[in-house]
Design a protein. Sequence first.
Length: 163
Amino acid sequence: MGEYAPPPDALHAAGLRIAIVAGRFNDHVTAPLLDGALQTLATLGLDPACVPVHWVPGAFEMPLVAQQLAASGRVDAVICLGAVIRGDTAHFEYVAGPCAAGLAQAALDTGIPIAFGVLTTNNDQQALDRAGGGEGNKGAEAAATAVEMVALLRELSGKGERC
Ligand code: INI
C-alpha cells in the first residue's frame, strides 16, 4: 500500500523550461489565469520573462499546439490556460471534451507533463471566481502542478521501485 504523500511544499522552478498555451477566447478570464500562473512560477523561482506564452484562438486549438511544444524537446512542461463557458447550444461539449482529451493524449504520447488549467464552467461568474476571484486561481494551480510533475517524473526516472 502506498503512503499518502501531500504535494511538496518546497517546489522549485528555477531552470525549468516551461511554456504556456493560453486561449484568447474569453480572455477576460484567461488573462487573470495567465497572471496567476506567471506569479506562481515567479514565486517558485522562474523568471516570467523566460516563460514563452503562445496564444491560440480557443481551447479547441490547444491540444495541437501543446503537443507540438511537448514533442519539440525544448520544454520540460506545458501549462494550458483556457476558459470554456457553457452557452445556449451544445458547442461547449464539442470544445471542452476534445480539449481535455487532446491534452491528456498529448501528455501521454510525449511523456511531457501538460497541466490542465482550462476552466469548464456553467457561467461567466463561475469562471471569474476561479480566475483570481473567491475560488482561487486555477492558472496558479496549474503552474504549481506542472512544476510538481516535472519533479515527480525526474524522481521516477532516477529511481527503481521498492521490493
Ligand atoms: N473556445 C473557448 O476557449 N472557450 C469557449 O467558451 C468557446 N465557446 O464557447 O465557443 C470556445 N470556442 C472556440 C473554439 O475553441 C475554437 O477556437 C473554434 O471553434 C475554432 O476552431
